[in-house]
Each structure stands twice: as C-alpha cells, then as structure tokens.
Ligand binder design. Structure first.
Ligand SMILES: *[C@@H]1O[C@H](CO)[C@@H](O)[C@H](O)[C@H]1NC(C)=O
Length: 1000
C-alpha cells in the first residue's frame, strides 16, 4: 500500500466540517481557493457517466440529495450518455466517475494530463480536486475520481459526511446540519488504499431485536416464503447505503433463520450493485446459508464422509448463484448448527472438502484460476486445532483468525505465515450468542481494547479481512464505525488520539461544543469501561464487594456521575437532536446505569436482611422500581419517532439461568424484613465497615462460631485511602430510638455523635477518623460506644474496639505507602521508565478495568523482539510497607494483566517479569497452555479470565518492612499491565482490587 502514507495526515478541521479520521476539504465559507458546491442559492450541477458502475450512479444520486439535505438547493443531476456536448459550457460542474469506467473522467484525464498515478490501480483509492479546462467550454470543474467502483463511492460519501450528513442519518436519526453555503477546497480530498482490504460486519444474533423490528418495518408481518425471514432487499439496501457511508465493504448476512440469497432473489443483485462484497459466516461454505438452506433444500445428513455428492451439488448451486457477483467464498466445513463435525472427522476429510470446493468453484467459473477467486477459511475452535496439527490450507485462501468470543484474539499470523498470497484476517465479536454467556443487549466493548487488538492485527499483517459480529447492529453504532474506520486507515490512530474519535463523532452527530464533545468522549469511555469490567449479562448482587473497599458504593457513584453528565447534555440538545442523542448516548447510559444499580441494590437488600436491618426493605422497593424502569427505557426506545425503532430493544437481559438468553426478564431476588416486629437482638443494629456481620445478637459472620461472639474490632492507619472508616447504625424493627456515639480517645472524630432512627429514617452512617495522629504513638486502642435509648426498652450498648496504628514511612521516602495492609498501584503511575532498543512501556489511556494499561511500545520494534527477564525495558514503582504476611517477611504481589492470549504462538507465550529490589526477577507466563484450538481452563467460567476481563498473576517475594522498588520487565510484546496489588497481610476480597494507595 505505497500510497497510503501519502494521505495519512490527520488533517485539522476546516470551516467547522466534521469528518472522522479523514482529510478535510469542505468549508461553509467562501475563500479564494474554494470551489462553490452551493453558493448564493445556486448549486453546482453534478455529472456522471451512464457507463459508470450503477453503484456509482446511485451514490452520485444520493450525493446530490445530500447537498439538498444540507443546503435546500437541489443540484441538477446529469446522467451523461454521450461525450459530445456532455457538459454545459460556462457551468462550474462537479464531475464524478471511475477511472477506466467513466468516459467522462477518462477524457478529462487524457486531455488535461491530470496526474492520477497516486490512485491508479489502487484498491478503493480516490482523489478529488479542481481541474482547469477539463472539457471544451468548461473553465473549471470539481472532479471526483475513484480508482474503482468503491473508490468513487467513498469519495462521494466522504464529502457528504463533511457536508453534514451523518452516515447514520437514517439508522440513528442524526439530523443533517444545515448550511446555505457549501464549498470544497480546490485541492480536494484523497485517500489511498485502505489498511484493510475487506472491512465487514456480521448481522449475527439478529433475534429477537433486529428480526422483530424488520418484520414490522419491512415485511408487513409476513416474511420470506421459505424461511419467514423479514430481511428482504428493501432492508438490505438500507443497510448497504449505511455501510458504504462509513466505508465498510463486506457483509455476512443474518443467518439464524434467514437465507440471504433465497429470502429475496434481489438481495445478491443489490449487494453487488451497491458495491457490497458478500460473504457468509465461518460455518456457511460456498455462499449458502447453513443450516437454513440445507434444511430446506439439502438431502441426507450434513456429513461429507457419507453424503458427499448431495453436499457437493448443494454447494454447486451456491457457486452458480454467486457467480455474477463480488463475493468471498467461505471454504471448509463445520458440523450442523455451528458445532464441530463428528468426532471421527479427520484432517484428510477436511482436505477433501476444501479440494472439492476449490474444484467446483473453478468449474462453475469456467475454469477460472482458483487463486483469483477470493476465499476465506475461519480458524475457529476445532478447525484451529486441525490447522495447528498440520492441516494444509491453500496459500491463496485467506486465513481468518478469531477472538475468544470476548474480544481477545486467539492468535495472529506468525512470521512464517505472513507471506501467504491469501493473507490473513480477523473475526471479532462485539456481541455473542454462546457460552459462557450471551451478550447481545448493550455496548460492553471498550474502544481502547478494540484499538489494542486490531492494531496488533495490523502489526502482524492480518489485514486482508476484518469482520465484526455486530449482533443486531444497534446499539453498537459508534463502536462499529470505529472498527471500520480504523480498518480504513489505521495509520492515523494512536493510543493518544483515540478519544478524539469519540469527540469528533459527538461533534458530527450532535453539533456539540468542543467541551461537551469532550464530555461525551468521557461518557462513552466510562460506560463501556463499566460494562466491560463485567458484562451486564453476568452481573449479580455481589459482583462488586458490598463490604470491602466501598467497591459497590463507588460503582454506584460512578454510574450516577456518568448518568448525570449525560442527562445534563441530553437536556440541552435541541428537540430535533434528542432522538439521535437518546439512541446513541442517553439510552445506553441510562439503561446500563439502571441494570447495574438494580443488581447492587439487590445485593445490599440480601446482605442487610441477613443483618436484620429493616432498611433492606427500601432496597427491595428500589429493585422493583428499577426493574420497571428498565422496561420503561425499553418502551421509550420503542416509541420515539412514532415507533420507528419498535422492537429494537427486545433483547432480554436480566437474570440468566444458563448461557442462553432468558425467555423473559426476571427480577433479581430480593427479600423482606418483618418491619412490624422487633428484632430479638434489640432495636439497634451496628455494622462496622468491612463486616458482613451485625451486632448485637448472633450472626454467622460475627465470629467463627456464630454466637456469643466478641464485640467488633476495627483497625485504622494514616494511609487508608478513604482517610476514614464508618459504622452503620440501623433499625432492627419498628421501634424508634435515639443513639449516641462516644469514645475514650480525644484523637477520634465522628461525623455525627447522636441521632434518631425510625422506620422513616432507618439508617445513619457514622464516619470515624483520626483528627490528630500526633497523639497516637504506634498502635493505640480506643473504645467507641454506641448507645441506643428507646421508650420502654433497656439501654442498648455496643462497644467497638478501635485500633489506630500510627505508621510512619522513613524520612525522605517518596512513593506508594501501605494502608490497611495493602499497597495498590495503577500501572501507569510509575516512578521511572527505562527504554531499551527503542522500546519503552507506554500508557494506553482509558484501557481496561480501572485507570489504564501500560504496554511495551512499539510492539514490532526490532521485528517484535523479546527479552530475557532483567534485560528489556522496565518500569519501577517505589513502595513502603509496614507489615508482611503473618509478619514473616513475605509479601504477595498480584499483577492485574489484560486477558491477552498467546497470540504469538506456543513458542512465544505472552509474558512479563517482575522483581522486588535485587531479588531475581520472576518471569511469568501467565496464560496456561491449552490443547490446540482450545482455551485454557482458567479462561472459562463465570470467574474466568474472559468473564472478569483480567488475569491476576500472583507472585511471592521477601520484603521486610521498609522502602522497596518493584520492577516490571518486558519479556514479550503485547502484554498489558493494568494494576499492581501488594498484599502485606491485609488484603480482602473484591472484584477490582483495592483502590489506589496514597503516596508521599
Ligand atoms: C443513467 O442512464 C442509463 C442509460 O440510460 C440508465 O441505465 C441508468 O439507470 C441511469 N442512471 C440513473 C442513476 O438514473
């Protein structure tokens, strides 16, 4: 792709036109060098040749309509059939066409000697510019030239987008920004061949939402004759236009109960006419929907070892049917229902399958050299195992590498696999039907993660095909556009400018100010971060710790913050803008907030009930109302714009009983505390921070024995990140009471020292802090008394032993300090960073579960080299501990690493090394080995690496109390470290690990 670099500049926006990752050549004000598209109420006429591709003619027609959408002026559109007197003399036209296909363009190139060498012969390249004296009698024209069909189409839609017509104007109701004047720069816009040749989406998992919606909108309730599918050519042409507008070119159609070529015989024809390359999914060979078409038209078992002739003939039909069109044929075979073929399947049979498929493709295409027919084989699960075990794949077949279904690509081409003429590609998921749990409801994939994984694909030359499983398309609009835009031109995106994709997108879609657009970028980053910590479908009431590190509470606050900032902008956008903003931002935020909050409240309800706190009932009520709000939001989505998106949010998403979607949303379990009866333990419940138990009375969490337990003890030191601790005072029943908090230590401070509790105000939180550490020497013990008085009741007293430990790091130390028995460090907060051979650890801002990730960069430096532990680039962290585990001199370090697989192959498993002080560095190969085509056991399950989106790597070191240096060394590229937690004896369980420690 030699010409790509020439156009790689991330051009500044001019004249307020918004285009994402494109050269900018549109303005809304006149200037000496600007060519008028519309000025003083006059629109430049638009010309194309009747000999040009029909897809180009169609896009040119849409282009003229787009100009009218923006300016209200409809350009005269000329379909030129003869070159003589083609263009009206004296006019200043826009002339559109494809090199070698448009006589109009070819004549201009010939007669003006226009230099088209930068695009000639380049896949999907285009250039536009003002040309002087292009044709007899014409002084100047704005000429838009594509190197091929899609090159021209992309030139047009690229301009439309800059004019103010969002690719999503119909699919997400983004209003067109109006301008009365419209200009293009004389120098125009240009783009070379894209990074990725085939950039596609897969409408998988189309039920229930997309299918129910399309049934209502496109098929009057009756679907196709054979399948009942609503996905007819009216639906698909609407989709094709959208795809071309955001520069996709490749589609795997809906296939669970549809058969693209059968459901509407015009589907294939229109795809090709519009300019979309059709494929079929990894399990559907030779352009036939499988198993849907096989079940209707096939005979005998779907088993090549016993039913070869019938299956062969079935595929011949697919090849014949696809012959006139641009396709990529899936080759190979899986068993029925996207499952492995029979256990007796062997490599020899698959070799026969693929040999036969290539023979029939060549035969049907009149003996065409098979290496010129695009074919793809997806190395998915068992097929990957066969491949690793030696299955021969013809060199011209594109190998498609898949992710683990959760966005972690299993493997990339190795060095010896990079020179295949068919190249390699990636099949990636934003949406899943499958184990360990479906996720099809709402966006839960981080853009930073997509960037990490797909930039690896670029680095390792898997750029022939990228296909994204988008489920039912909405609501992954922006994320999908990013995936495709990155494949269009990866060279302009870096870890540091990724967020400008979102802010520019927000400006384009909602015409927001720069600062509001920045806020939108934060909102999107946060929503996808929170939803990817653990997918909403996998949440339960105790995902986030209800007792430790205020984890659930902080999660609630974070959700509230993101909802508040989204709502604030939603309230200010114009009425015309609201439907788009709702679909693209507000709904995902509010719906995610609702479900996440509901699960945490359900967990609190259960916990508080076990502690005999009547406030549990308030949480039960909240869960009920959030469960209803969830459906209200769905209804709102379905009713905006007079029901345009009815059914689009039909996806069930609450309470899974196994991996598959539930047939109905069901509310999380809640329980009720009898609020009309007194607790047998007394009126007052006392629950200190970090405790699952409650006092007075019995509770299995108060002590091991569960009865006659000692009163609670709390510990505290100056480096507890929250700088305080708390005790909850709650009602155990209906009797109101007054309480007081007193202590025998002058250095203790309480947020409240007295209060009243009743059914109307059943809880009060008392924060405790140390107001003067100078009064505390070493560990000092105080007693805090919680006393309750209630009418007709004996005085109730719960004494808490409070141990304050005045820890002091040595003079001159600077770094992270132990608090509460742990040291927690965000990986990006290094004290030093040493590069070797031009490689250093850089931050991937916004990546991962908490703050960001760090990774050795550039990844392909020195051909993707690796290092032995202690030799490569490394980062350091200074920390100070006061304790060790069991005070025996040891610490345990958990390094939280992104779940990246051994994508460099088994010979180069992903790794890093970790060292404390001058101890020997420990090299950690943190992805356990697995059988070919399988994932390690630790990957799977609801607590596995994929579900938790993290790999905790545990190492042990000796580190006596004092100052230490922790070092992380590069061993292999592509490792991403997010967070480091050092346990000095006080670590307690949580989902994300303790909050970051204090520094001095
Ligand atoms: C342009 O003219 C040709 C020939 O008459 C016709 O086939 C084609 O449909 C026209 N294109 C458009 C977009 O109207």
């Amino acid at each position: 792709m030699p010409s790509l670099q020439a156009f790689a500049g991330f051009a500044a926006l001019i004249g307020g036109a918004h285009a994402i990752g494109q050269m900018s050549c549109v303005s809304f004000e006149s200037s000496s060098s600007a060519f008028p598209v519309v000025s003083s109420g006059q629109a430049a006429p638009v010309y194309f040749s009747s000999d040009d591709w029909l897809g180009v003619q169609l896009a040119a027609t849409n282009f003229a309509t787009d100009i009218e959408r923006v300016t209200g002026q409809k350009p005269a559109l000329h379909n030129v059939t003869s070159l003589t007197s083609a263009v009206q003399s004296g006019s200043k036209p826009i002339i559109i066409g494809t090199l070698g296909q448009s006589p109009l363009i070819d004549q201009i190139v010939n007669s003006t000697n226009l230099d088209v060498s930068s695009i000639d012969g380049q896949w999907e390249a285009f250039m536009t510019q003002v040309v002087a004296n292009p044709l007899p009698g014409v002084d100047s024209a704005y000429v838009m030239i594509g190197a091929d069909k899609r090159g021209t189409i992309y030139a047009l839609y690229d301009h439309s987008e800059q004019f103010g017509v969002s690719p999503w104007y119909w699919w997400a109701d983004v209003p067109t920004k109006q301008h009365s004047e419209l200009f293009v720069a004389a120098t125009g816009c240009a783009h070379g061949s894209p990074t990725v040749k085939y950039r596609g989406i897969f409408l998988n998992d189309e039920q229930p939402a997309l299918q129910n919606w399309a049934m209502e909108k496109f098929s009057n309730g009756t679907g196709a004759y054979y399948t009942g599918s609503p996905f007819n050519s009216e639906f698909y042409t609407t989709l094709f236009e959208l795809m071309l507008r955001f520069k996709a070119n490749y589609l795997w159609p809906a296939m669970w109960s549809s058969a693209f070529a059968v459901d509407d015989p015009l589907n294939q024809h229109y795809a090709d006419m519009y300019g979309i390359v059709m494929g079929t999914s990894h399990e559907e060979p030779i352009m036939r929907s499988t198993p849907v078409e096989w079940d209707i038209f096939g005979s005998g078992p779907w088993d090549y070892s016993v039913n070869r002739q019938n299956i062969y003939d079935f595929w011949v039909v697919g090849a014949e049917r696809g012959k006139p069109y641009e396709n990529i044929y899936s080759v190979g075979m899986r068993g029925a229902g996207d499952l492995p073929m029979s256990p007796t399947t062997n490599v020899a049979l698959l070799q026969q399958v693929i040999g036969d498929q290539r023979q029939l493709l060549s035969d049907v295409n009149n003996g065409t050299n098979i290496t010129t027919i695009p074919q793809m084989w997806c190395l998915y699960q068992e097929v990957l195992a066969y491949y690793e075990e030696g299955l021969q794949v013809p060199d011209d077949v594109t190998l498609l590498w898949a992710d683990d279904l959760f966005g972690n690509i299993e493997r990339f081409p190795l060095y010896n696999e990079r020179n295949r003429s068919g190249g390699a590609g990636v099949y990636y998921h934003y949406d899943l039907v499958g184990a360990m749990r479906d996720y099809k409801w709402i966006t839960s994939s981080q853009m930073t993660k997509t960037f990490d994984q797909m930039s690896l694909a670029v680095d390792r030359d898997a750029v022939r095909i990228w296909i994204l499983n988008v489920g039912d398309l909405k609501p992954y609009e922006m994320q999908t556009e990013f995936f495709i835009t990155y494949g269009w031109n990866s060279s302009i995106w870096t870890p540091d400018n990724l967020n400008t994709f979102v802010s520019t997108w927000a400006q384009r879609e909602f015409a927001l100010s720069e600062s509001d657009s920045g806020t939108i970028a934060d909102i999107i980053a946060n929503v996808s971060r929170y939803n990817s910590r653990r997918k909403p479908e996998m949440l339960n009431g105790t995902t986030y710790s209800l007792t430790n590190y205020r984890e659930a509470e902080i999660m609630l606050e974070e959700w509230n913050t993101v909802l508040e900032s989204s709502t604030a902008i939603y309230n200010t956008v114009s009425l015309a803008m609201k439907p788009a903003f709702f679909q693209l931002v507000q709904h995902p935020v509010e719906a995610s907030h609702t479900v996440a909050t509901m699960w945490i409240y359900a967990g609190i309800n259960n916990l508080y009930a076990s502690q005999a706190r009547v406030s549990a009932n308030d949480y039960a009520t909240q869960v009920q109302s959030l469960f209803q709000k969830d459906y209200d939001l769905e209804l709102e989505y379905h009713t905006i714009l007079d029901g345009k998106w009815d059914h689009m949010m039909d996806q069930t998403h609450i309470m899974y009983y196994y991996w598959q979607q539930p047939m109905q949303d069901t509310m999380p379990f809640v329980t009720w505390v009898q609020s009309r009866k007194s607790s047998i333990a007394g009126v007052m419940r006392i629950v200190p921070e970090k405790s699952l138990g409650a006092w007075p009375g019995d509770n299995m969490n108060d002590c091991a024995q569960g009865y006659s337990c000692p009163n609670p003890t709390m510990t505290f030191d100056p480096y507890v990140p929250f700088q305080n601790s708390y005790v909850d005072v709650g009602a155990g029943g209906p009797i109101p009471f007054d309480f007081t908090v007193t202590s025998n230590a002058s250095w203790l401070e309480f947020s409240v020292t007295a209060g009243s509790i009743s059914l109307l105000a059943p809880e009060q939180r008392v924060y405790i802090s140390v107001n003067d550490w100078s009064q505390v020497t070493g560990a000092e013990t105080a007693v805090i008394n919680f006393n309750a008085t209630a009418q007709g009741q004996p005085l109730l007293n719960v004494p808490i032993t409070f141990i304050a430990n005045h820890t002091v790091p040595s003079e001159g130390f600077s770094g992270f300090v132990e608090g509460d028995g742990v040291i927690s460090i965000e990986a990006a907060h290094t004290t030093s960073n040493t590069s070797v051979a031009g490689i250093s650890w850089i931050e991937l801002p916004g990546y991962g579960r908490t703050l960001s990730g760090i990774t050795p960069w550039p990844r392909m430096a020195d051909n993707g080299t690796n290092f032995t532990a202690g030799a490569g680039p490394h980062v350091e962290y200074d920390f100070y501990n006061f304790n060790t585990i069991g005070q025996a001199g040891n610490i345990t370090i958990t390094t939280y690493v992104a779940p990246s697989l051994n994508a460099n192959g088994d010979d180069r498993p992903i790794a890093f090394a970790i060292q404390v002080d001058s101890e020997t560095p420990q090299t950690e190969y943190f992805i356990p080995p697995a059988a070919p085509g399988e994932l390690p056991d630790a990957w799977n399950g609801m607590d596995g690496f994929a579900a938790t989106n993290i790999v905790p790597v545990v190492t042990n070191f000796t580190a006596y109390p004092g100052a230490h240096i922790l070092k992380i060394w590069m061993v292999e590229p592509a490792v991403i470290v997010e967070k480091i937690v050092i346990d000095t004896g006080g670590l307690v369980p949580s989902y994300l690990g303790p909050p970051e420690s204090m520094t001095v």
